[in-house]
Design a protein around this ligand. Structure first.
Ligand code: UDP
Length: 479
């Protein structure tokens, strides 16, 4: 049979679109005809890279679906998660608008008959859409095996019901390791008995995972082998690992142009980093969706300064308009840290920074993309989870790989995150940068970085994972 034609349909949030673009590039580099489905206002996330790869001779393109924001009562420009107005029923409306994409998606599938649809977990209806045309649907969660296994356990066993206080530790049952959480670190949707539209959606997500052709992971076997095995052999899911996807960005341009437009010129940024000694700078960034209380940002600044380390600090609160006012900034902070610190207000070229030899540690919210990018850079991490799967990803770094130390984040919260004191921040940064255990952590991190690189090389575990998936897809349609 001829070449495979695969459609990729990411949820409209940076943490989903960025790895999906990398995945489409990867598939195209292996001879697949790749099409990314998105909405008009999200096209810029993909267009530069797609143009570049198409010019290099790969078969990759974008297909647009109109997003019915106005029809569901959202502002016209609300086509991505970071544009959803806070409060009210904007989130369910956004979900509704996403679900309204099912019909236009079906029209596209009917017309173009791809061999496979890789669609985001947030689009559970995509399985049904693809099934109408006998197209296998793969789910992309953009999360770790560990998080998927742990969430399954939490939903099934509800161990947080057996503790007497919000801060008492409990074990997440039936996992390959003993991993502990507190009730406050579990998502409020999971710990509450209330039926909400969000809870219902997650039920549909789980169901769609069970009835889909399989699940594709941005992970690699050597990183979390016990959890990949558990997911496939105990939970009985079909899964393929093809990551770490960020490693498919090899030159400065690719690394600098992921997601939004950088708020700093990449050469200026590299020049600043070049002026620093190896492993002497701590990089601090919390992904695309973090929303800290102003008092926490103040405390963070004080903690960073108290650590005495050189730093790159990316300041962006979820809503761009919030970060305009910086009343929380300690007086004189920027003058006092001049030369020692580089503040990036807005979007940073994260992978470019992390891969620079001067970076000695990464303070991260443990979003799965950031976690993997830290792994690929071989740097120890200060883990500061906030919400989503982040408290679970933290466990992989701190308890299993032992390449990170926690800052002591206590509560799952996606707005006004607060509660971590400056002393804890300074201590954790010093511990991974210069503390007694820092060399050991660094050498473990470096060993995992080498394994990550090997995984995507020809013959490596992720390389072979993709080969076997592509072989299966070829035979699916040959039969
Ligand atoms: N990112 C970036 N610059 C920024 C903030 C984030 O390039 O200033 C990228 C980061 O490299 C990662 C993604 O955005 O690829 C964030 O995904 P992650 O899963 O870490 O967190 P989320 O944004 O989904 O919470």
């Amino acid at each position: 049979m001829g070449e495979l034609n695969v459609f990729f349909f990411p949820f409209m949030a940076q943490g989903h679109m960025i790895p999906t673009l990398d995945m489409a590039k990867l598939f195209a580099s292996r001879g697949v005809k790749a099409s990314i489905i998105t909405t008009p206002l999200n096209q810029p996330v993909f267009s530069k890279a797609v143009e570049k790869y198409a010019q290099l001779g790969f078969q990759i393109q974008i297909r647009l679906l109109q997003f019915p924001a106005v029809e569901v009562g959202l502002p016209e420009d609300c086509e991505s998660a970071d544009k959803i107005p806070s409060g009210g029923d904007a989130r369910p409306k956004f979900q509704k608008a996403c679900a309204m994409l099912q019909k236009p998606l079906e029209d596209l599938l009917q017309e173009l008959r791809p061999n496979c649809l890789v669609a985001d977990m947030f689009f559970p209806w995509a399985t049904e859409a693809a099934a109408k045309f006998d197209i296998p649907r793969l789910v992309f969660h953009g999360s770790s095996y560990l998080a998927m296994c742990a969430m399954n356990s939490l939903k099934t066993h509800k161990p947080f019901r057996d503790v007497t206080s919000d801060l008492e530790l409990f074990n997440i049952p039936n996992l390959p390791h003993e991993l502990k959480l507190t009730r406050l670190q579990v998502s409020p949707v999971d710990r509450s008995e209330l039926e909400t539209p969000f809870k219902e959606m997650f039920r549909r997500v789980l169901k769609s995972e069970e009835i889909s052709y399989g699940v594709i992971f941005n992970s690699f076997h050597e990183l979390e082998p016990d959890y990949a095995d558990h997911y496939m052999n105990v939970l009985g899911r079909r899964a393929w690992s093809v990551g770490p996807l960020s490693l498919y960005n090899r030159d400065v341009e690719d690394k600098a142009q992921r997601g939004k437009k950088s708020a700093i010129d990449e050469h200026e940024c590299l020049e600043w980093l070049d002026s620093k000694n190896p492993h002497s700078v701590v990089y601090i960034c919390f992904g695309s969706g973090a929303n800290f209380a102003p008092s926490q940002l103040h405390e963070m600044a004080m903690g960073i300064e108290a650590s005495g380390m050189d730093f790159v600090w990316v300041i962006r609160n979820k809503r761009e308009e919030d970060s305009g006012s910086e009343k929380w900034m300690p007086e004189g902070f920027e003058e006092r840290t001049k030369g020692k610190g580089l503040i990036i207000r807005g979007w940073a070229p994260q992978v470019l920074i992390l891969d620079h030899p001067s970076i000695g540690a990464f303070v991260t919210h443990c979003g799965w993309n950031s976690t993997l990018e830290g792994v690929c850079a071989g740097v120890p991490m200060v883990t500061w989870p906030l919400f989503a799967d982040q408290f679970l990803n933290e466990k992989l770094m701190t308890d299993i790989l032992r390449t990170g130390t926690g800052v002591g984040s206590k509560e799952w919260k996606n707005v006004d995150c607060d509660g971590v004191k400056r002393e804890a921040i300074a201590e954790a940064i010093k511990k991974v940068m210069i503390g007694e255990e820092s060399e050991e952590m660094r050498s473990r991190a470096k060993a995992m970085k080498d394994k990550a690189k090997k995984a995507i090389e020809e013959g490596g575990s992720s390389y072979l994972g993709l080969s076997s998936l592509l072989d299966e897809l070829r035979t699916y349609h040959a039969n």
